[in-house]
Design a protein around this ligand. Sequence first.
Ligand SMILES: Cc1ncc(COP(=O)(O)O)c(C=O)c1O
Length: 476
Amino acid sequence: MSLSKKSRPYFNHSVEFKKNFTKEERGEALSKAGLNVFFFPSEMITGCDLLSDSGTTTMTNEQWAAMHLGDESYGSNRGYFLLLEQIKETFGGEFLSFIFHQGRPAEDALFTLIGRLGKELVIPSNGHFDTTEANIEANNIRALNLFSPELKNENSHSCFKGDMDVKKLNDLLEKSKDKIPLIYLTITNNTGGGQPVSLKNIKEVSDIAHERNIPFFLDACRFAENAWFIKKYEEGQEDKEIKEIVKEIFSCADGFTISFKKDGLVNMGGGVFIKQDGLFVKKYPQMPDALMNYQITKEGHPTYGGLSGRDIMALSFGLRTVLKEEYLDYRINQVQEFGGAMKEGGLPIVTPVGGHAVYLDINKFFEGSKMKPGDFGGVALTALLLSEYGHRACELGYFAFGSYNKETGEEIFPEVNYVRFAVPRLRYEKQDLDSVAGAVVELYKNRDKIPGVNVVYGKDLPLRHFKAKFEFKFLL
Ligand SMILES: Cc1ncc(COP(=O)(O)O)c(C=O)c1O
């Protein structure tokens, strides 16, 4: 047996004991929740809760201490100034800051205002996140995904499968340059299997945008994790500090939207940030004031933007921690090792493993079994993993991204069919994640016995995976 010689770069400051629940009790609670894991009481999770890495971070003692210094004044609280300084320190450059309570209201504000700029607009991306896409399309703008061809190429060893397809971008610009209010890159590419984007691609897309007088924006939720991949795997970047790489990334952008619930290392927070001397402000000079008006009507005064003073303090300190190389090394290696354990157990996961989650390919998982696409095997798997083993994961596949055509009575299936195991930051240890891998391997060995599910409520609703109810086709 080989023992690791490296300990974690932190120790536990405070812990919470789990409560004991039996398989039967979990099964009963899950039946009440209509097998929808979102409605399962988190207190009853006896294993790992890998439903999301968003807002699930364990904060540091510095962050908890900073919360006590939170200033709840209506205007210009103490933390606001600390945050502005930290934004400058982390991202470099002079950004106009518009804080929101999380990522999606920030997207709502930006795309509502952009939607007023014209008709038949298109926003291309390397992979829009689902709320981003929904906020873009709610404003009659087309959200276009230009995934890298490497993403679907199983034989590709590319470490940057999250890149944008630059050829497709150039083709689009040839035809519709005047219809594109901005070009967007998501780092890392959550919809594209959590894969990172190379600095080369970031620079190339930014140059293409600027040559055509189009602003370039980032969806920057996992900016630090993306910078770690650039340092580790991109030629010529290994000697740079992560801090430097982050500044280089943001020097290419005219603005960014962000959910701080990921690499802000906090449980709540987000925003839109616009470079003061960038192309976005030059091209649309009315935008900063329009954004501020939107923020005041929807969230509150710009100096708190929908967050409490203590949240803002926690965020200022979270942004300091996230760029520590020892933190990022440990964090991403933990996710990689988790993926490694799954792979060793013979599970068909998406490779290479990205920065925040391991994705299980459900079509391959059930290959050769009787499970049919309309049985929603991914939903059945997440339900059994929770009731039998106490671990929670998320179906992101035929049910979450699919839809039901009421006229034909048929299901329309998307290209990808995954179950995602998202790893919260600073929360679990190796033993915890090994136990998830062990449970999924056991389910894989018994996949012939896993029943499909019937959708008993909500198959025709938008965003149906958050709301639907299911039942097993037969009982085990
Ligand atoms: C890439 C990406 N963009 C935007 C969001 C939306 O952020 P929030 O959940 O804070 O609204 C998320 C959330 O998971 C995300 O992963």
